[in-house]
Design a protein around this ligand. Structure first.
Ligand code: ZN
Length: 429
């Protein structure tokens, strides 16, 4: 199994290495990035004075709003050198474009190669990709390239289509699935309905994208348990975003996503922009290393999590990120508490009466939020309604409004035209 040498070194050596890489990034931005040149000037930043990781705090962070408004000013290469255009959804409606040069695509492949290797992948594996590879989706191409670099086999089946997924699992005998974990639940249900013996499949693990499979203490959450109770496979969580062009993937010990120090500087900041100590929630803020076309410095991802810095049993000394608590802008202020959609989805996933759900949030006139759960139940009855409400009350201590819909209605809501993943959280604030 390949582990980059730097990840096994002491935290001091890792910091020293990152500080050297930071110098290269600052010099590159100063000479190639129209946006950062202006940003440094505007904020009186002399890059020669930024020597250590803590010096970084002198530079104001940036968020998606600026990246969206000034998108092309972040480009550091001539347009003729862009090899691929990817996008990520923006906050103002229009997508943010993240272009990659040939070198960036190579870096992306390396990133996913070391991430899959971290999750026990090897050249003997066959990966079945259950996600889209088109619609300008960066992750799809990253996984594909990373698997190729690992020397493993790959089949691109695409998202959904449980019957087709199973046909391929039985025929090609893949060892690893890459999928949204809630889709694994659908695969299990299909297998049960068709009499496929889950104890006799070739699959030994799944790389879980987009949704949490663990609680903050790293035990499996409802979703993680629901999958592994019926199907004896190892789940590995991975967290990534298009802007950072880098993944945090768990090793076999499942204690959080490992940071790759040669690819990214990561800070976890509170709402005032101060670094939080390990175990305290903060916003993941990144600076890319080795990115050529659209590198970012102190970019606030909007993702809230905690980090852990004790050495991992796998030998890596890099920090580990906890499961994502939620998106900064998705925080719901509800009846005196604050909560994030992932916690609500996990509660809903644990209810046998709920087949599918969507969370809608809107503001009220007293400045807090209202939640409307749209649920497709197993049956439309008073008994089921009472049971769902009782479980919500027990777990949330408050009970949001519920509207019951048919599966057809809910799927229509989740998949409006032209989107690449189901929309389960609808923010109307
Ligand atoms: Zn580890």
């Amino acid at each position: 199994m390949f582990v980059p040498e730097i990840e096994l070194q002491s935290p001091e050596s890792i910091r020293h290495f990152q500080e050297q890489e930071l110098q290269k990034l600052l010099i590159y931005l100063q000479s190639h990035s129209p946006f950062y040149k202006e940003w440094f000037l505007q904020h009186g930043i002399d890059i020669a004075e930024i020597r250590t990781l803590s010096d970084l705090q002198a530079i104001p962070t940036i968020g998606k709003d600026i990246l969206q408004k000034r998108n092309w000013d972040f480009l550091c290469v001539d347009k003729s050198r862009i090899a691929e255009y990817t996008t990520t959804s923006g906050t103002l409606g229009k997508p943010v474009i993240i272009p990659l040069s040939e070198k960036d695509l190579d870096r992306l492949a390396y990133n996913e190669y070391i991430s899959f290797a971290c999750a026990r992948g090897s050249s003997d594996d066959i990966y079945q990709l259950m996600l889209t590879l088109d619609r300008q989706f960066m992750a799809g191409i990253a996984y594909y390239q990373g698997i190729r670099r690992l020397g493993a086999g790959v089949l691109r089946v695409g998202p959904g289509a449980a019957a087709l997924q199973w046909e391929n699992i039985l025929k090609i005998q893949p060892t690893v699935l890459v999928a949204v974990p809630s889709f694994l639940i659908k695969l299990i249900a299909y297998a049960e309905a068709q009499g496929i013996d889950l104890s006799k499949t070739s699959v030994r693990s799944a790389i879980c994208i987009g949704e949490n499979i663990r609680n903050q203490d790293f035990s499996y959450n409802v979703l993680g348990n629901k999958i592994t109770e019926k199907w004896d496979i190892r789940l590995f969580s991975t967290y990534a975003s298009t802007e950072m062009q880098t993944a945090f993937t768990e090793c076999r010990h499942g204690q959080g996503g490992h940071h790759h120090p040669e690819l990214l500087i990561v800070e976890v900041l509170d709402t005032l922009g101060n670094p939080v100590p390990p175990g305290v929630e903060g916003e993941v803020t990144i600076s890319t290393l080795g990115v050529e076309a659209m590198p970012l410095l102190r970019y606030r991802t909007g993702d809230i999590c905690t980090y852990h810095e004790t050495p991992c049993a796998c030998g890596r000394n890099t920090i580990r990120l906890s499961p994502i608590v939620g998106r900064h802008q998705h925080m719901i202020k509800y009846k005196g508490t604050t909560l994030y959609p992932p916690a609500l989805f996990d509660i809903l996933a644990g209810m046998p009466e709920v087949l599918e759900s969507t969370i809608e949030v809107f503001g009220n006139d007293i400045g807090t939020d209202e939640i409307l759960l749209k649920i497709c139940p197993t049956a439309f009855s008073d008994e089921i309604d009472r049971s769902i409400k009782a479980q919500l009350q027990a777990k949330l201590r408050v009970s949001p409004d519920i509207e019951y819909l048919s599966m057809e209605q809910i799927l229509k809501l989740q998949l409006p035209d032209g989107i690449r993943k189901p929309l389960k959280f609808i923010d109307k604030r």
